[in-house]
Write a protein that binds this ligand. Sequence first.
Ligand code: PNS
Length: 162
Amino acid sequence: MASIAVCPGSFDPVTYGHLDIIKRGAKVFDQIYVVVLNNSSKNPLFTAEERIHLIKEVTKHIPNVIVDEFAGLLVEYAKSVKANAIIRGLRAVSDFEYEMQITSMNRVLNEEIETFFIMTNNQYSFLSSSIVKEVAKYNGKISELVPPYVEKALHAKFYKHE
Ligand code: PNS
């Protein structure tokens, strides 16, 4: 039986930190669905379509990755693609409480779906989409934080009138 996992997130936008988790997850599972979901506590900069486009572009060399979006509960999406695993990246202790909360909630919603954590590469332990947006907004250097394609998209978002 093929092992299928879902790698969910806001991906606003996808960073090298996300990419590291996706690549490592893709080595372990037969198929990974990277899915853009709505986080009700966040107000995204990029539309879902834009976020999907960026993820597709930077993961196109990984054959067992499928990029998708879903407006609903993560466990419902996982069920719809026959995934029984969720992959999340864990950066620092500060991520733990939040991750424990959503993992526990997801388990209450569907106990058949197991969440697996991948420790982020130390190089990216400080990295988040929010930090990238903050630096990009003030025209700071982000070339070590996001792939060039995403860097261009951020630049276009913030400086489209120049
Ligand atoms: O990248 P993020 O913002 O930390 O990802 C959080 C996300 C999108 C995975 C989470 O908010 C989510 O799963 N949203 C969909 C709704 C849902 O299923 N919530 C989980 C129960 S609390």
